[in-house]
Design a protein around this ligand. Sequence first.
Ligand code: AN0
Ligand code: CP
Length: 321
Amino acid sequence: MKKYIDINDIKNIPLIIKEAIDLKKAPFQYKNLGTNKTLIMLFFNASLRTRLSTEKAAKNLGMDVICLQINNSWNLEFEDGTIMNLNTSEHIKEAAKVIAQYADIIAVRAFPTLIEKEKDNAEIIINSFSKYSNIPVLNLESATAHPLQALADAITINEFSKTRKPKVVLSWAPHPKALPQSVANSFVTMMQQLPVDFSITHPKDYELNSNITKNIKVNYNQEDALKDADFVYVKNWSSYDDYGKVLHQDTNWMITKNKLNNAKFMHCLPVRRNIVVEDAVLDSDDSLVIEQANNRTFAAQVVLKQILEKLNLKTENLTGF
Ligand code: AN0
Ligand code: CP
């Protein structure tokens, strides 16, 4: 694998899930693969799981890790040809090239603005790091995607599935803050490529980007949509059409034990208790959230392993005098 910016960077999804589960059984089996290789992680936004699980994954492979919370630093400029007489102090062209001298892989978390839709959709931050650093880039949640989360979710569904074609429902839930569509987008993209019976439920006006949802069934009646589900994946996102807006906080959409019935509950975390989902669900055996977070390590590890293998191959093929 050359980079992991989007789910489409995975060649074979069933195979990568299997490889991740193998790594989970013996996490240190490739502890020399990353010797003398450095992962630099840049966080423009806060993180608990991504920050820790990705570092753990890299260390399981023997890598060195440097982490920078870049939002406390000066603002970077991403536009080409700007006269930089305002708030930005350094251009991505220099910054990415400099960081690439210290790193073998760059990982970036940069949430959307949720104001400028076109800019967010263009994925300017992560794509600029990729373009100007010229080394592999790992997406730690960008403006429109969270592919490491989706891979961890796919691993979790694979592990807990009792049928060959489980019914998986993505349900919107309320939240007081405007949140990105990234987690939902990547989950939808991942589910479209797995042998699952997949549908989405959300209130009207919370349609996701139709280029991502394509012909997936959307049911505006949550109760009806959740019937006979094996997995209910819950996530809030702000409106895509009325971009970045919290249109309403309909408390009826909160997930309860009653609505869940016998399904397993999934959420990427962090989750707001008794807003998104009631305590009785999170505190029950039907909640998979802790296992999902555990699988973040093995999702990151399998991706880093495949990137390192590609990098090592490149080094071996270098010819000289
Ligand atoms: C973020 C989001 O919804 O994208 C990160 C989730 C992994 N959520 C919050 O900031 C609460
Ligand atoms: N699920 C997830 O990405 O969590 P963090 O925001 O804590 O990294």
